[in-house]
Design a protein around this ligand. Sequence first.
Ligand code: FMN
Length: 407
Amino acid sequence: MLESLRSVVSLKPIERDRTVRRLSSAANVDDLRAIAKRRLPAGVFDYIDGAAEDESAMSRNASRFGDRTLVPRVLKDVSEIDASTTILGGRAPMPLIIAPTGFPRIAHPDGELATARAAARAGIPFSLSTMGTRSIEEVAGVCDGRKWFQVYVWRDRELTKDMLARCKESGFEALYITVDTAVLGRRERDVRRGMSLPPKLGLDTFIEGAMRPGWVLEFLRNDPIVFSNVAVSTQRLSNSTEDGSSAVSLAEYINSQFDPRLSWDDVAWIRSNWDGPVILKGIQSVADAKIAADEGIEAIALSNHGGRQLDSSPAIIDLVAPVADAVGGDIEIYCDGGVRRGSDVVKAVALGANACMIGRPHLYALAAGGEAGVDHVLNFFQQGIEQTMALTGIASMSDADQSIVSE
Ligand SMILES: Cc1cc2nc3c(=O)[nH]c(=O)nc-3n(C[C@H](O)[C@H](O)[C@H](O)COP(=O)(O)O)c2cc1C
């Protein structure tokens, strides 16, 4: 009896590493999100997961990917799948980029350093935010892969200029100018919770912390979370007052420091201070995409900031084909917002994007398992892209065109 049972049942050995065990139960980005929700204090999770007002732009970003189907062609030789592509002149094994996000160290103390290393291992560009919690120099110190920097334009132009000089010194390749944040969107989950950034450990965080002791211990054990990029430039310049360490409401900070007068002239000013490629992030219309192409900008990122800015903004995947029809070939086109599976990436590329970017997926992954979590989510995308290509009947990413997508 025991013998015959043993012949059919083979028990998997119990995994001793808790992170590996946790990640092996995450089959997709939604599972990583659920783990992040369990591990993070509610205010921190909501800051990452939330969006503006009714969060309809965020929902639309995802649902419009789902509305599109692929047209599978069969009996094609898909024994060798090649998902690689060229992004800004460099090869990447898949058309994916880590989007810039502020405060990644609230998701996990290893924050940007972990994500930058994982992106380098996966061979894709990593983007550091102005509002990052590790500095340009710290990221350059651990990451020999492709590094891009996202700049917000500060009222104090010297601060912006200094960040560009530091990027150049540290080998950053490309620069995003985020153009959808003239003022901060109304993120109502943060309003309700009075969320401050960098996070301040108030009584409510400690009460919540009793249920999330792992996060609180890590928070207390590690370097304080500060606006690292602002802090370094402030120390280099004598005329700035912000040292990046005070806890403020994000809306208060952005609305006092970012320049709402930002215009195409400022884009020209930034380009005169930067000799690498520039990506305009937050383009949401064919009209603006045309101006960017006419101005000779190297790339645009179609983005509504993951639905965190204007809640009535269009779903990003709806913009890809019209923009590609208007300016494709003249300018590289990236897109983000709701990219959750390899099939989403294949759809976007087929409609005319050069690559997709992911924001929340890598933050959920960080929260779920640190650097191993980011490796996990990047493997998930690489495998998902290749599997989708095989099942759609395209062996090479260059074969993905508008004929394989229908609505
Ligand atoms: C927590 C969080 C912080 C973000 N911070 C920035 C930022 O500092 N600069 C920026 O240009 N975009 C920022 N974004 C937007 C992302 O770059 C990206 O556009 C968006 O997350 C894409 O949508 P997705 O989260 O659905 O992938 C942030 C997004 C999130 C979720």
